[in-house]
Design a protein around this ligand. Structure first.
Ligand code: NDP
Ligand code: KPL
Length: 333
């Protein structure tokens, strides 16, 4: 199949390399400096999904004509520009939006039109983008594909099967509920971005894990106020979400502690801290920031998500991390 990947960073680069290796005809649209590096040296994949270099004939700032399926793997805030540049090439081509947060599919529908065939994909593997096509997968995990609230359509099943040839991918029902569960999982992103600690260090540290748990509880409350039906996703089952919601805080902390440990022994710094280290804008406004905005809209208090969002922006501006002790004093005072 002719597959076009827009945004060849961590997630896009890993999929591009593995799909090409599996025999698909993959082309890449990247920003010029990354496109130049990949055109010369290919995508160099290391870690959990194997170590090899994938070379691509078509690497440019826009996709070539003739693509049959497209994947969008930019950060959410880069989606509008990337899709606008590729709009002509995407006419009639199903698009899979591989992004965290809740907003990517809406942006794609606005740019490409509400009738465009759109799917979302939630990726549970953890990947470090070392720049210029060098991609290191620190923990394996499945990708879940879908759209809306219903059971997967025949085309969702067919697309998931094509992607599954490269990396483990499954079509699921209640994709909207799964997006919210992934948003909960991505609460592991903010504290590493504020402190410089890994996800595993945060979840193993009682004071930091307490903040993480509080932020997740706020998000469940916001989701409930909106009528979200959280779907089980990877290591976070419906029972875990109920435990997070209803158990006393000290006991509920077991859920994020397990979630952090599930990323395995290699430190996972998550995509938000990686953006800071590369001097790029983070997606925090689409993660904890989105929860805070929805909380305001629906009258649900979200003080921890508001603070975490503000602290990530502070680190973005200053480049200075807060120590775990200072962060917990500021949040818990
Ligand atoms: N990293 C992870 O472990 C995971 C990330 N995610 C989610 O996946 C999505 C992608 O994240 P991730 O791969 O980490 O991000 P990266 O920043 O590593 O990759 C994004 C890529 O998009 C490129 N890009 C930006 N604008 C354009 C454009 N206009 N045209 C073409 N390419 C463009 C960037 O280019 P440049 O190289 O120039 O910066 C970069 O290579 C995010 O929503 C993230 O939250 C989901 C699960 C796991
Ligand atoms: C799953 C996780 C937390 C992997 O690191 C991720 O989605 C991210 O880093 O944004």
């Amino acid at each position: 199949m002719r597959i076009g990947v827009i945004g060849a960073g961590g997630v896009g680069g890993a999929f591009a390399a593995r799909l090409q290796q599996a025999g698909h005809d993959v082309s890449i649209a990247a920003r010029s400096w990354t496109a130049d590096a990949i055109a010369t040296d290919g995508v160099q994949l290391t870690g959990e999904f194997g170590s090899f270099t994938a070379r691509f004939d078509a690497v440019s700032t826009v996709l070539p004509a003739g693509v049959e399926l497209a994947l969008l793997a930019t950060k959410v805030h880069d989606a509008k520009l990337a899709l606008t540049a590729n709009r002509e090439r995407l006419r009639g081509v199903p698009l899979v939006v591989m992004q965290n947060g809740l907003g990517g599919l809406d942006i794609a529908a606005r740019v490409l039109g509400g009738a465009h065939e759109l799917f979302g994909a939630l990726t549970l593997f953890a990947v470090t983008n070392r720049g210029q096509g060098r991609i290191h997968v620190t923990a394996g995990g499945e990708t879940f594909l879908g759209a809306g609230r219903e059971a997967p359509s025949p085309s969702a099943l067919a697309i998931a099967a094509e992607l599954d040839r490269g990396l483990p991918t499954r079509a699921i029902e209640n994709f909207r509920g799964a997006m919210w569960t992934k948003l909960l999982i991505n609460h592991v992103n903010a504290i590493p971005a504020i402190t410089g600690c890994s996800v595993q260090e945060v979840s193993a540290d009682p004071a930091l894990c307490r903040i993480l748990t509080r932020s997740m509880r706020e998000t469940i409350a916001v989701g409930r106020a909106i009528g979200v039906r959280f779907a089980p996703l990877g290591k976070l089952g419906v029972v875990d979400i109920r435990a997070l919601e209803h158990l006393p805080l000290g006991l509920a902390m077991a859920v994020p502690r397990r979630l952090g440990a599930s990323f395995g022994p290699v430190p996972n710094y998550a995509s938000t801290l990686q953006s800071i280290r590369r001097g790029q804008q983070t997606e925090i406004d689409e993660l904890n920031g989105r929860v805070a905005a929805l909380g305001r809209q629906h009258g649900v208090p979200t003080p921890v998500n508001r603070m975490l969002t503000a602290f990530v922006h502070r680190v973005e501006r200053t480049g200075e991390f807060l120590s775990p002790g200072v962060l917990s004093r500021l949040v818990e005072r």
